[in-house]
Design a protein around this ligand. Sequence first.
Ligand SMILES: CC(C)(COP(=O)(O)OP(=O)(O)OC[C@H]1O[C@@H](n2cnc3c(N)ncnc32)[C@H](O)[C@@H]1OP(=O)(O)O)[C@@H](O)C(=O)NCCC(=O)NCCS
Length: 349
Amino acid sequence: MERVMRDGGAIAPEYPLCFDERFSGRVIATEENGQVLSACATLVRDFVCGGRSLRVGLIGSVCTAPEARGRGLASAILLRAEEKLASEGCVLAMLWADDARFYEERGWRPMGAEVDFALEPAHEGRLAGTAGIRAAAPDDRGAIHRLYTLQRERVERSAAETSALLEAPGMEILVLQRERDLVAYSCLGRGKDFAHTVHEWSGSDRDVLALVREHMHRARLRGESGPTFVITPPTALGLHDRLRGIGANWSEGVLAMGKLLAPEGAAALLAELAGPQASISVDSDSAQGAPTVTLSGPRGALELSPEDLLGLLVPPRGRRHALDETARATGLDLSALPLPLFAWGLDSI
Ligand SMILES: CC(C)(COP(=O)(O)OP(=O)(O)OC[C@H]1O[C@@H](n2cnc3c(N)ncnc32)[C@H](O)[C@@H]1OP(=O)(O)O)[C@@H](O)C(=O)NCCC(=O)NCCS
């Protein structure tokens, strides 16, 4: 992995949950003559999402040694990772792809939503500052973890996991302290990922924006002249209003690429969210190979492929088109969808 993805440099400090034995992530590898030729990392995470828990398998650092490419090794590793995560109870798998086409050809689809803002240096003066902001110190980690757990959308992360993640290289972590308490924090950058990007934060809207202002101020002092990006969950409506109010550019992005691993579990979740009028049946031996789910409501029934199911539960960019079509065809109320699934920057692998 280091040879392919970091020119021989270290990768483990960036992803402690995958590569530090204290934590639950695993590496899957294919070897020939004692040489690792292809590998990826996996991590099982329980997402807290709309008040429920959803088990998701993360896959990262998929790579094949240059001399062994084009032999199907990464395709096989990906299948092994999917099977392993399914056997560990994951309803779906997620990954952040450099080469989306490779994954699309293997059944992966863009899924979920985030709202991304780009703040130009001129926006700094339009954000309100506040006293009490400083760089995080090692003994702030417990308080930062508590602030993380206040987020409605997040993953179940232990204090030890947060602490290890905060040690990742190349990250600027700021905290806002009032009296004795930390009331907000924010993280910019992470190893080779999230350059100039605030990717994880918690606190009141006003306090988080004061932290963003300080990140921008520090970037200016470093001589950087480009924009600062802020990644937010679609549910952070108050923060969105404030950022639009100062004229920041924004766009709706996809959260990740995803693949359904357990159609039965996903179908049960869809039935629950579609209300008492919904009934659902799963045909595991359908002619197409993949199980087919039939969703029925007062107006009619629809056959759904695993991809359709993923697109209803966590549609790309949160777009409701497929949900509205399904609601029309079945007569079901699908207003409880999509699921507000969101991963913060330190949760990605
Ligand atoms: C992307 C990467 C992981 C692919 O690894 P790989 O082992 O060459 O992948 P595969 O051999 O499974 O597939 C590559 C091609 O070989 C072909 N292939 C040849 N024999 C094959 C076989 N027996 N089975 C499947 N595919 C085969 C495939 O058609 C495929 O082409 P396609 O992408 O047009 O479908 C590798 O190029 C890499 O490490 N890149 C750099 C790191 C990177 O970008 N990783 C992704 C980060 S998320």
